[in-house]
Design a protein around this ligand. Structure first.
Ligand SMILES: *Cc1c(COP(=O)(O)O)cnc(C)c1O
Length: 402
């Protein structure tokens, strides 16, 4: 390919190349940093240095849990590492059914279906259920995989203001009579850490006859007394029609799922293209996920500890003068403002062995660049206090806090 042409693709590639180079020149390039080793639940080795892990989605600290590792190894010994191809043509392994039954029980649903990633799950589920002439109403801060699923479906795609139920109602009123409608949102928002107003949303869905889909990537293991997520959190069991989640965050594996009524899951099993035309989860990953749900129920102290740690971290950062937005969960945005400041704060933290990462525009709106820090159940109080001390001192030097 000749990159000397001045066409649009060449220009795009050149713009990215220059932006990345400028960041490297400032030692601000934090993309895909190599993690060489994972030590226990809360430390990693990056660039040869041991750092406290504040950028993980493994909220309950289950990566490396002995029971989960053991389950994966046993499954590999029993089934090998692959799945022969797609389940419908090559045979469905018993471990896949076991996992789906475990998920259904955990989510208080009739049944569940699994896919190879959370991203693929949103893409295929939304585009299977919705089509031309239907309406999807999506929170403005929803995850990219939801947005892509909506666009792929060909349905009318309407975005309502973030967690704003008045705006959602306005948009529901604009849907033509008789058109199918789906309301979809993250249960806990992946960049801001705030929780969806489920009670009001459920009320609106019932009033306007809309299906309700929740993406629980950041709420399973985090919300609810036993970690079962958003419905347990609000004591609104049975209010969500399409309970979607990922197996790659709190659940230390890979894959995605939807739990719901039997008819819905049967329909997806016969109609969703990522299920029919793509191979199933590898047995080791399926077994690891299956065991992880059981560990969550057997070790409820992790959920309590996570809640304690989130409170300690959020209140501590607020006390130092940081703006942590509306978070009440383990995702803690540390608002910096400009990209430059977010990079500078990241750099200062990493130089003192606190592994955090920045999120800058266009992933978040311009002027709202931040550290997207997380706390885990596996952090100890003194570790969190040390990290906050470093973030606070650097924040002062950079001029983010007074
Ligand atoms: C991470 C994430 C996904 C995608 O899940 P993967 O398993 O990583 O593909 C979907 N939705 C939300 C809200 C997420 O944060």
């Amino acid at each position: 390919m000749d990159f000397s042409n001045e066409d649009a693709v060449t220009r795009r590639i050149e713009v990215l190349k220059q932006r990345a180079q400028a960041m490297r020149d400032h030692d601000f390039y934090f993309y895909n940093q190599p993690v060489q080793e994972v030590l226990g639940g809360s430390k990693v080795i990056v660039n040869g240095r041991e750092m406290g892990m504040y950028a993980s989605y493994s909220y309950l600290g289950l990566v490396g849990h002995p029971r989960i590792n053991e389950a994966a190894k046993r499954a590999i010994d029993q089934f090998g590492t692959g799945t022969h191809g797609v389940r419908t043509l090559a045979g469905s392994l018993t471990i896949h059914r076991e996992l789906e039954e475990t998920i259904a029980e955990f989510k208080h649903a009739d049944d569940a279906i699994t896919y190879t990633s959370g991203y693929a799950t949103n893409l295929t589920v939304i585009s299977t259920l919705m089509g031309r002439g239907d309406y999807v109403l999506s929170d403005k801060l929803n995850h990219a995989s939801i947005v892509d699923g909506c666009l792929m479906s060909g349905a009318e795609f309407r975005r309502f203001k973030h967690n704003d139920m008045d705006d959602l109602e306005k948009r529901l009123q604009q849907v033509p009579e008789g058109a199918a409608r789906l309301v979809v949102a993250d249960a806990v928002f992946s960049m801001d850490g705030d929780v969806i107003d489920l009670p009001k949303m459920v009320g609106l869905c019932r009033k306007y006859g809309a299906y309700l889909m929740m993406d629980e990537a950041h709420s399973v293991g985090v919300l609810g007394k036993t970690g079962r997520g958003i419905e347990e959190h609000y004591d609104l069991w049975g209010s969500v029609d399409i309970k979607m989640g990922t197996l790659s965050k709190t659940i230390p594996s890979a894959g995605g799922y939807v739990a719901g009524r039997k008819e819905l899951i049967d329909f997806l099993r016969h109609g969703s293209r990522a299920y029919i035309f793509s191979a199933a989860l590898p047995p080791g990953q399926a077994a690891a996920a299956n065991e992880a749900f059981k560990v969550i129920l057997d070790e409820p102290w992790r959920i309590e500890k996570l809640r304690h740690n989130a409170e300690l971290f959020i209140n501590g950062l607020k006390g130092l003068g940081f703006d942590t937005m509306l978070t009440s969960t383990a995702i803690v945005p540390v608002l910096c403002g400009t990209d430059e400041r977010a990079f500078a704060l990241t750099q200062a933290c990493q130089r003192q062995d606190v592994f955090v990462l920045p999120v800058v525009s266009p992933a978040v709106p311009e002027g709202l660049s931040r550290l997207r820090a997380t706390v885990l159940a596996s952090h100890e109080d003194d570790e969190i206090k040390r990290a906050m001390g470093i973030i606070g001192k650097a924040g002062k030097e950079i001029g983010i806090i007074p």
